[in-house]
Design a protein around this ligand. Sequence first.
Ligand code: MTE
Length: 329
Amino acid sequence: MYIKIKRGWELPEHLATPEHVFFNRRKFLTTSAAIGAMTILSACEEKQGAQAGSSAAPAEQDPSASLYPFKRNETYKLDRDITDEQWATTYNNYYEFSSGKRLVEEAQALPIRPWVLTIDGMIDKPMQIGIDDLMKKMPLEERLYRHRCVETWSMAVPWSGFALKELVKLVEPKAEAKYLRLETFMNPEVAGEQKIPFYPWPYVEGLTIEEAKNDLAFMVTGMYGKPAPKQNGAPLRIALPWKYGFKSGKALVRITFTDERPVNFWQALQANEYGFWANVNPEVPHPRWSQATERVLGSDEPRPTLLYNGYAEFVAPLYANLQNEKLFM
Ligand code: MTE
């Protein structure tokens, strides 16, 4: 996420781009007396030129490993090759562990068993359920989805998991439930960046109940035919392929059905740049950059970005009566 927060002082803009400058700056910030002055940014474009990390962490042998691979649901087709697994699993956004992209090592500190998901709020069947028990209740499948980060990089991934609408059905929402609030774990002992009070931890995301019931909304437990690695959000994340990637919260511990629209992490940080809906639209630029094209991880060739990331046939009707909303930020 390309976020810049000015606090007291800042380095000149021309230093705010290449990754090595960023990392040097972080070192400077932590080793100098300039604590409290913070410029947080990442630089996705220039990282396109970087090589994929040489080693994706091996998928942890968790109790669900023997369930994989799941049968592919052929409804969801790609218009491009599947992204090389090395890229998809070593080039990440996960601010709990780092504001850079190379965080595989840091993310391994997260314990993912036992992992209990709390589902509460305006539902008839509230529950606390272990991830392995939840997987037993859900129809597991694999889907090929595109993923478009708001920073303009993209990838195409075989996710494994289950349709969110199945989980919605399981907990029987009350009529007044309008939104789902999805909350990531909070554990500053293992996720060092959660010690930085400036961020509105924990990471929260949200969607409407209609969006949650849409066929495309997918809960992810695995990728590339095995359990997802920790850096990609194990043991449970969401994939909403028509929205910018920041909507897909990782390592979820709680889903609350509510009548209040959740304020998400990035919105809480920078509401003039990141909103609730965040649907992909090449015609609506981010306040600081164009969204017209994207770079697929592993390729330098820009390609046009598509409305709703190419998923309009599935989701456009959701927004037919919401023209007064800021649907694309
Ligand atoms: N979830 C949490 N908890 N923390 C994060 O920093 N980053 C988001 C999203 N989910 C993020 C998160 C962003 S900006 C993107 S683009 C995707 O995760 C990246 O997913 P990936 O690392 O699997 O590619």
